[in-house]
Design a protein around this ligand. Structure first.
Ligand SMILES: [Zn+2]
Length: 281
């Protein structure tokens, strides 16, 4: 299964799929934005670097906190964190029962987007957090399709096809099996990491996900694309209750199609494999 197919399937099964949305609590988002504004004020329009944290035990990646990276050196267009500090941050994250789901940085006085440098940094973060942020998928591969020959040599059954040979050893009556197809099922790992860009000037945000499918030999695949924010409001239950009491939805039919039923999903989520952006500066 290709990454694009995996993303499509998981989004069909789950409308708020973590591969389509970065789910973040209102408090964590506010904190990410507050750091951006306060650091820009404190250090002459400097940017900052932080980690997006979620509950280590949760199956669903929900960003519920932000950790400001320790010992960072900041300028208007860059941020440096030494490897020792990354390790120090990792230890603190683990101590707090959290895991790192990605990274956040700010563009103090310009629009949030991903520069070429941000793309490269995102990949570094993915390699750091990949071992703990992954999903597994069963890959089914048809191995050596075409004419299959079987041959029994002693207690070894040799199955050969167009481009591969499989040898099975055992005690049973191997020679009596008639084989017409060989399918190999293997578990594959897809690692992912989010990136959130905030600004000191407005509440505008930009988010991306990067995924990597780890495969054998040359079968690896990396992909990154923009995701929307799914903000979890703290008082959502209360507000929902009030909304239900005060608001009801009306539909006007126009021909065969009701208003509000536009196919909004059509134009979104077109993952790109290689991204090209001008640099930050
Ligand atoms: Zn940037």
């Amino acid at each position: 299964m290709t990454l694009a197919e995996f993303i499509r399937r998981s989004s069909l099964a789950d409308p708020k799929s973590p591969f389509k949305y970065l789910t973040i609590t209102e408090r964590a988002l506010r904190k990410a934005q507050a750091y951006a504004r306060l650091i820009a004020e404190e250090f002459d329009d400097a940017e900052y670097y932080g980690y997006l944290l979620g509950d280590a035990k949760s199956d669903r990646p929900i960003v519920d906190d932000v950790l400001l990276a320790p010992d960072q050196k900041v300028t208007t267009g860059s941020c440096t964190v030494r490897p020792e500090s990354v390790i120090k941050a990792g230890q603190e994250i683990a101590r707090r029962g959290k895991k790192c789901l990605g990274w956040v940085h700010s563009h103090p006085r310009f629009k949030p987007y991903h520069s070429y440098i941000d793309d490269r940094n995102h990949e570094v973060v993915l390699h750091q957090v990949g071992p703990v942020n992954f999903v597994t998928l069963d890959a089914e591969e048809l191995v050596f399709p075409g004419e299959i020959r079987t041959e029994l040599k002693g207690d070894v059954l040799i199955i050969s096809g167009a481009n591969a040979t499989l040898e099975l050893r055992g005690d049973g009556p191997l020679g009596r099996i008639t084989i017409s197809q060989v399918k190999l099922k293997a578990v594959q790992f897809v690692s992912y990491a989010y990136s959130l860009v905030v600004t000191a000037e407005s509440s505008e945000t930009y988010a991306e996900i990067m995924l990597k499918r780890w495969g054998g030999c040359a079968d690896e695949e990396t992909m990154s694309y923009e995701v929307k924010l799914n903000i979890l409001y703290e008082d959502a239950d209360e507000l929902r209750k009030e909304i239900k009491e005060k608001v009801s939805r009306e539909y006007w039919t126009w021909g065969w199609r009701a208003w509000g039923e536009a196919d909004e999903e059509d134009e979104e989520l077109l993952p790109r494999e290689g991204q090209q952006h001008p640099a930050d500066w």
